[in-house]
Design a protein around this ligand. Structure first.
Ligand code: GLN
Length: 486
């Protein structure tokens, strides 16, 4: 197995054994990026010089016997919605094409403090709105398992660069599925932590009550390690929770005795592709073989979750994106006249179609006369979705189902049909509405060789148990060891 196909945990072990240096690792990944980027287009920015300097610093620390961090010498790619001090952060939008943040996001500070090597920024749907990465203003990222297909979204670049071995791990964000859905479609592990588990400081907001940062990796050991690094209290995000961060890596291999898995019938209805369903059912049987009990649970408000999400998320987006007016923030039109038309022209030029659509929907559902009928009602549905989970978790440890209704679709297939695109989030949005943690892990391939994801959902702040349950499956299967031929 070549260096670029290894996990972060393996790369750390190799360095500790003195078999490879951080500089050799970063050079291997930079070479893979150069070689594969013309096809995959995962990155909006590749920081070759910065990455080399960070790797040299890690090797220098090791050479003099100074202690190194939990991710020492591990290249990490960061979704371009997270601020990186001194390097461009675009949200894959013309609006922020020239934005260079004067500070690092909290999670980026944590990555640096752990001695990882921030190698570049990854492509995404503009302002994280989308499910295919086709809404990027710059480029469409391709699925490493089949480059005629999309990698999912909105964190498509972060998923594709790990699946395509351009980086061993990466960070993404998940507002309605943007980590779990691309992880499923690219055959990697992706986690959305509990709302409040990870600080949002320096994350450019889409829908603040739903947004959460999380890791992508090949396997659960790396996922646990990354979560340990990025989780924790940060007083600059008032919604981040002041609760100790468990050592997820230490307990990962502990089985969950008497495991009860909730299977929601609402996740197995019309629209679910037969091959996906078969793979998920096979995974559930594997759990039964390991002694788990399957319990039927009901999440009756799931059928309204997508509609509620597509009201709440645009409402918050319309408010958050008001700051990009060409005056305070963002692209300013060259055709400056009076104030109002300068705002309008700047926003008209700076935002793409999906972002404009969300701003219009969000403004509409918040407008006087319609607010009670749409926004307030959606908030009530949101509470019912949360209540469904509270009731379900009274009878089970985790809920398991498919991450997505279909495998990766073709580039262009849904690009002109927003509703079809929104439907690919049907199993992922409830988790964000309820604020609970969710995880997607590889559980097979379709006949045509496309990855399939298994979704696990757990009660708030039970990431530790969720990871252990996932590991029970991973430890008896080899999906996570497969790499695409590129
Ligand atoms: N696909 C969903 C949307 O377009 C989710 C996006 C996300 O999680 N950032 O809103």
């Amino acid at each position: 197995m070549s260096l670029i196909e290894k996990t972060a945990t393996e790369l750390i072990a190799l360095q500790e054994a003195g078999r490879v240096s951080a500089v050799e690792i970063v050079e291997a990944f930079l070479a893979a990026i150069r070689q594969r980027e013309p096809q995959l287009r995962s990155f909006t920015l590749i920081d070759e010089d910065g990455a080399r300097r960070q790797a040299e610093a890690v090797d220098a620390k090791r050479a003099v016997g100074r202690p190194v961090g939990k991710l020492a010498g591990v290249p990490v790619a960061v979704k371009d919605v997270l601020c990186t001090k001194g390097s461009r952060t675009t949200c894959s939008s013309r609006m922020l094409a020239d934005f260079v943040p004067p500070y690092d996001a909290h999670v980026v500070e944590q990555l640096r403090a752990a001695d990882s090597v921030v190698i570049g920024k990854t492509n995404m749907d503009e302002f994280a709105m989308g499910s295919s990465t086709e809404n990027s203003a710059f480029q469409t990222t391709r699925n490493p398992w089949d480059i005629t297909r999309i990698p999912g979204g909105s964190s498509g670049g972060s998923a594709a660069c790990v699946a395509g071995c351009q980086a061993p791990v990466s960070l993404g964000t998940d507002t309605g599925g943007s980590i779990r859905q691309p992880a499923a479609l690219c055959g990697v592990v992706g986690m959305k932590p509990t709302y409040g588990r990870v600080s949002r400081y320096g994350l450019i907001a889409f829908a603040s009550s739903l947004d959460q940062v999380g890791p992508f990796s090949h396997d659960l050991a790396d996922c646990a390690r990354l979560l340990e690094v990025i989780a924790g209290h940060d007083k600059r995000d008032s919604t981040s929770i002041d609760q100790p961060v468990p050592t997820y890596t230490a307990t990962l291999n502990d089985r969950v005795p008497g495991l009860r898995i909730g299977v929601p019938q609402e996740f197995f209805g019309a629209g679910l592709d037969a091959e996906i369903e078969a793979a998920v059912q096979a995974a559930l049987r594997e759990y039964q073989k390991q002694g788990a009990t399957l319990v039927d649970v009901s999440l009756p408000h799931t059928r309204y979750a997508l509609a509620a999400y597509y009201i709440v998320a645009p409402a918050e987006a319309s408010s958050n994106l008001a700051r990009f007016d060409g005056m305070h923030y963002g692209h300013r039109t060259a055709q400056k006249t009076d104030l109002i038309s300068t705002y309008a022209k700047s926003r008209g030029e700076g935002f793409g179609n999906e972002v404009k659509r969300r701003i219009m929907i969000g403004t509409y559902v918040l407008s006087s006369g319609y607010k009670d009928a749409y926004y307030v009602k959606a908030l009530k549905v949101r509470r019912l979705v949360k209540q469904d989970f509270d009731l379900a978790f009274a009878t089970c440890d985790v809920v398991i189902g498919p991450t997505t209704p279909t495998a990766a679709f073709a580039v262009g297939e849904k690009a002109d049909d927003p509703l079809a695109m929104y439907l690919s989030d049907v199993y992922t949005v409830s988790c964000n509405l309820a604020g609970i943690p969710g995880l997607s892990i590889p559980c097979g391939f379709t006949r045509t060789g496309l990855p399939i994801g298994l979704q696990l959902l757990a009660p708030p702040f039970e990431e530790e148990k969720m990871l252990r349950v996932a590991r029970m499956y991973e430890s008896t299967t080899d999906w996570h060891t497969r790499r695409p031929r590129i």
